[in-house]
Design a protein around this ligand. Structure first.
Ligand SMILES: N[C@@H](CCC(=O)N[C@@H](CS)C(=O)NCC(=O)O)C(=O)O
Length: 253
């Protein structure tokens, strides 16, 4: 992802991560310019810790303020302008949106990542390419060289193993059915318009599909290991909801 200079808002992010996609989506949706600072998994600790006191991305700086955590970033960036609000004013609807976001962040994000890591990280060359879509070729080459070791560390950090990934796929499958069913009537999770709940669902489930309409650079979908992962989810009934969110609401930068 390219950085746009001249903004005093900076997003520190991992390229293809789903929590980071949430942050990119809110900026793009609200039309808020930002400077993108891609950091690489495994090399991010110092920078992110110095900024925010913890190590997870995304982290946003707005002037001298620091916002860590995708949910807080979505709320903060949404609050910068009244245009295209992502949170309903109605108190009950707002509660529903918040409940969806908490569930998706806590129950869906981690198993999606675990299952994806278990599927892709065993092939170091592809995995290195996968994580370095938005960095310079020489950084990619360096990353590729060290990836066999780093891949093991990342998989361990995500708790990945065949047994854990099988369990994670079941949780993800059920979760996707749940959002697909909930959105079946109006096309949205809460009420009849796009909210932060849908944005969160779209972003956290995107790694199952890598929708064609997503604005990020995506590795070649026909690479066998990637195609095998995508084919796991291709016929899931919940797919239509996620693809439609991307087609209708994921504006390019
Ligand atoms: N609850 C956090 C989770 C973010 C998260 O898990 N980020 C991952 C990337 S998908 C990360 O940066 N992991 C590296 C680390 O924690 O050091 C959020 O919503 O932002």
């Amino acid at each position: 992802m390219e950085g746009s200079s001249g903004s005093d808002i900076t997003l520190y992010q991992f390229g293809l991560s789903h929590y980071n996609e949430k942050a990119r989506w809110v900026f793009d949706y609200k039309g808020v310019p930002y400077t993108s600072k891609p950091v690489l998994p495994g090399f991010h600790f110092g920078t992110i810790k110095r900024l925010s006191g913890q190590t997870a991305t995304p982290v946003v700086t707005l002037g001298d303020q620091v916002v860590a955590g995708s949910a807080d970033i979505v709320e903060r960036i949404d609050g910068l302008s009244a245009d295209r609000p992502l949170f309903p004013e109605d108190v009950e609807a707002r509660r529903e949106v918040d409940a969806w976001i908490s569930w998706l962040d806590e129950e869906i994000g981690p198993p999606v990542r675990l299952a994806l890591f278990q599927a892709l990280l065993p092939k170091p060359l592809f995995a290195a390419l996968f994580f370095t879509q938005d960095v310079s070729p020489w950084v990619r080459t360096l990353y590729r060289a060290i990836f066999p070791m780093l891949g093991i560390v990342l998989r361990r950090a995500a708790g990945a193993s065949e047994a854990a990934a099988a369990e994670a796929r079941v949780v993800v499958d059920r979760g996707l059915t749940r959002v697909g069913d909930a959105a079946a009537k109006t096309g949205y999770l809460v009420g009849d318009s796009f909210t932060a709940a849908d944005l969160t669902a779209g972003a956290l489930f995107f790694p199952l599909f890598y929708p064609e309409t997503m604005p990020s650079k995506v590795p070649d979908r026909s690479t066998p290991i990637f195609e095998a992962w995508l084919s796991t989810w291709r016929d899931h009934p919940g797919r239509a909801y996620i693809e439609r969110l991307y087609a209708d609401h994921r504006l390019p930068r």
